[in-house]
Design a protein around this ligand. Sequence first.
Ligand code: ADP
Ligand code: MG
Length: 419
Amino acid sequence: MKRAKGLRLAALALGGAVLLSGCVTRTEPSVSTQIFVMDTIMSLELWEGGSQEQLNQAVEQLYQWEDLWSATDEDSEIWAADHSGGEWGTLSGDTVDLLSQALDLCRLTGGALDLTAYSAVKAWGFTTGEYRVPEEEELAALADGIDHTQVELDRDACRVRLPAGMELDLGAVAKGYAGARLAEQLREQGVTSALLNLGGNVQTVGGKPDGSPWSVGVQDPASEQVDNLLAIQVVDQAVVTSGSYQRCFQQDGQTYWHILDPETAAPARTGLASVTVVGPDGTVCDGLATALFVLGEEAGIELWRAHSELGVQVIWVREDGSVIKLGDRDVLVRLDPMVIDGEPKGTVLMLQYVENLQKAEIAVRQKLNQKGLVAKYSFQDIIGHSAPIQRAVEQAKRFARTDSDVLIIGESGTGKELF
Ligand code: ADP
Ligand code: MG
């Protein structure tokens, strides 16, 4: 169904709290708007160097992309490709570009990201909200029909061909790509500071107007409110989360969500609640977030290690609320709450990748000092003095590049993070 044009105009009119110029630190964007597009609420804020006209252009661009890529709109290019009965379908340049990058990511992730999962997504009712749990036989047939390697993309002739009956959707990558492209356009137009939140896919342009990084929160999946588990500091980067809590339904005590494992055509169940990917390329971040959610912790960490060229930082949040953060520098494992000998003792562990353990020890001592904990614990005391901590140490060693890279700090009985 087509969206009424009036909605677009209303959305455009919403934008534009214009800030009076002056030598004060900006507390509001110079222009901003919120729109509903690509099935989600997006907020666009231009903080420095942006105009209302540029904002309107960005909004119009998002609506155009939605018209091209919606899998449910019978006028879209994707709909045409999905219903072409095995014939070639023509694509515009932007669609070829997105599809080509997305198919690369399907290959890079060994098919954990698979754009041809759409028939399965539909079978579960995620496209209509009329949810159902397909029988095992149906799932097996659906899984057989998922295979990105059968998508033929002819870049030169701008066309695509899928086997009859196979359907693709770009839901797992479109918002990340849109963010990346908009950021690129805005930069070219002289915008030096902008924050685009495309339905949870955050894309930043530059840093804040004062030059400091943007602080982007990673949501606590267990929280009813929109509480943040931790915040990431970014400049010119995308921060994209895929989570089981984002679109799901319950039946017979089980929860089912919209991220499917292409091997089973059923929701990917690997003990993760969410995966956040931070990096320079929004398309990569979006595709990887979905794929890493499907792959689970072990295989995901392996993929992250094998592809340092992507320059991404990843935050895995497990269903029990613990966190693994892998980036250039550090790993954070939060085990909270923790029970020791039947007694609840909130314990938080910090694991870091460090180049220089001595330097880290000094930093840790300073932190402990600031918190008034130095008298309570010596550096040695806080290394591995209980069974749960030992387990965490072993885990840390698995992630670390060398044994000496692992530094463990735990504070028993307070449940507070040291950092
Ligand atoms: P969101 O779109 O909610 O931000 P994702 O980027 O993780 O979340 O994309 C999930 C969407 O992608 C699903 O709604 C579905 O349309 C599609 N999808 C589900 N599983 C896969 C998969 N394994 N590979 C590619 N697309 C998928
Ligand atoms: Mg995604």
